[in-house]
Design a protein around this ligand. Structure first.
Ligand code: FE
Ligand code: FE
Ligand code: ZN
Length: 305
C-alpha cells in the first residue's frame, strides 16, 4: 500500500527542540509534521540544539517519517509586502534569511510563508515588494524551498489567487526555490470551488504548474466559499465536509505531497479550568479509515482527561 503522507502542526520548544516535535507527531500516528521554529506570532528564536536535532533525525529514520516531507512555517507577522517602514521591511527580510539557515541546520527542506498583506499600498505594489524581498532572501542558488501559501484574501492579504502567486514566482530569479502550499480552508474562503479538486488542480496546472505544489494544509472552514474569512474548522464539522476532504487527501495527483492538519484544538471544561486538546490523533485516524466518527469530539475529551 502506498504511504499516506499525513500529519499536523506540532509544537517546537526550546527544551525539546525537533525531538519533541517528532515525538508529538508520532503520538498522533503521523507520517509528517509542521512546526514553527518558535512562537508563530513573534520572531524571537533560539539557537538550534544540535544534539536534539540529531536524535530527532535518528528517530524519524527509525519511524515512518521522511524528513523531506517535514515542513517549517514562518511566523505570520513577517510581511514582505509592506515597505512603508524601511526598517520593518529589512527586519522581515533578515528574519527570513536567518530562518532559512535554521531550517537548513534542522535538515528540513521546506518553509511555508504567507506572501504578505499590502496594507493599503495596493496589490501591484505589494506583489512588487514581495518579489523584492524574496530575491534578497533567496539570493543563493541552493537551499531550502519557500512554499507560498494560498491565502483567504482577508483584509489586504495577497496570494488569494493562483495568478498572484504566479506573478511572484515569475519575478524571483531563483524561483526553482519557490513552490506553493495549498490550504483547503483558505482556497474555499478565497472563492475556489474545492469540491471538484481535479478541476482546481487543472487550473493550478495551467497557471503555475502542478509540479510546484509543495505542501497542502488540510482544514475544514467555518465559513462559506468566498467569505474571505480564514477560520479553520475541524474536519467534517465545517462547510467543506468530510467527503470532500477525503477526496482531496486521496487524490492520486497529490500522492507525494505532505498533508498537514491545522485544525483547532478542542476546548473543554475540566472542573473550573478551561482546557484544550489536540484533535490530530483522532482526525488522522478518521482520515486513515476514510470514515467519519460522529463521536470524535467526545473521544478526544475522554482520551486526554
Ligand atoms: Fe499558514
Ligand atoms: Fe495554512
Ligand atoms: Zn489559515
Amino acid at each position: 500500500m502506498e504511504k499516506l503522507i499525513i500529519g499536523s502542526h506540532v509544537s517546537f520548544t526550546k527544551e525539546k527542540g525537533l525531538l519533541g516535535s517528532t515525538e508529538e507527531a508520532l503520538s498522533y500516528g503521523s507520517t509528517t509534521f509542521m512546526f514553527y521554529t518558535g512562537a508563530p506570532q513573534n520572531t524571537f528564536r533560539g539557537k538550534i540544539d544540535e544534539e536534539l536535532t540529531k536524535k530527532a533525525q535518528d528517530l524519524m529514520e527509525k519511524s515512518n517519517i521522511n524528513i523531506d516531507d517535514v515542513i517549517v512555517h514562518a511566523p505570520y507577522i513577517v510581511n514582505l509586502a509592506n515597505d512603508k517602514d524601511e526598517d520593518k521591511f529589512n527586519f522581515a527580510v533578515n528574519f527570513l534569511k536567518q530562518e532559512v539557515k535554521r531550517v537548513k541546520q534542522l535538515g528540513v527542506k521546506k518553509i511555508v510563508l504567507h506572501p504578505g498583506s499590502h496594507v493599503g499600498l495596493g496589490e501591484e505594489k505589494g506583489l512588487e515588494n514581495i518579489i523584492k524581498g524574496l530575491n534578497i532572501v533567496l539570493d543563493e542558488k541552493e537551499g531550502p524551498i519557500i512554499c507560498l501559501e494560498t491565502m483567504a484574501g482577508k483584509g489586504t492579504e495577497l496570494g488569494y489567487n493562483f495568478k498572484q502567486l504566479k506573478t511572484i514566482i515569475d519575478g524571483v530569479t531563483n524561483n526553482h526555490r519557490l513552490m506553493v502550499c495549498m490550504d483547503t480552508c483558505h482556497m474555499n474562503d478565497a472563492g475556489y470551488d474545492i469540491t471538484d479538486f481535479d478541476k482546481l488542480l487543472d487550473e493550478f496546472d495551467q497557471i503555475i504548474g502542478e509540479e510546484k505544489i509543495g505542501c497542502i494544509h488540510i482544514n475544514d472552514s467555518k465559513n462559506e466559499k468566498g467569505a474571505h474569512k480564514d477560520r479553520h474548522e475541524n474536519i467534517g464539522l465545517g462547510t467543506i465536509g468530510f467527503e470532500n476532504i477525503i477526496n482531496i487527501i486521496y487524490n492520486p495527483r497529490l500522492k507525494k505531497v505532505s498533508k498537514i492538519l491545522e485544525t483547532p484544538y478542542i476546548s473543554t471544561k475540566d472542573g473550573d479550568k478551561d482546557r484544550s486538546y489536540p484533535p490530530y490523533k483522532f482526525e488522522i485516524e478518521m482520515i486513515k479509515n476514510k470514515k467519519y466518527n460522529k463521536n470524535f469530539l467526545n473521544e478526544i475529551r475522554n482520551y486526554y482527561k
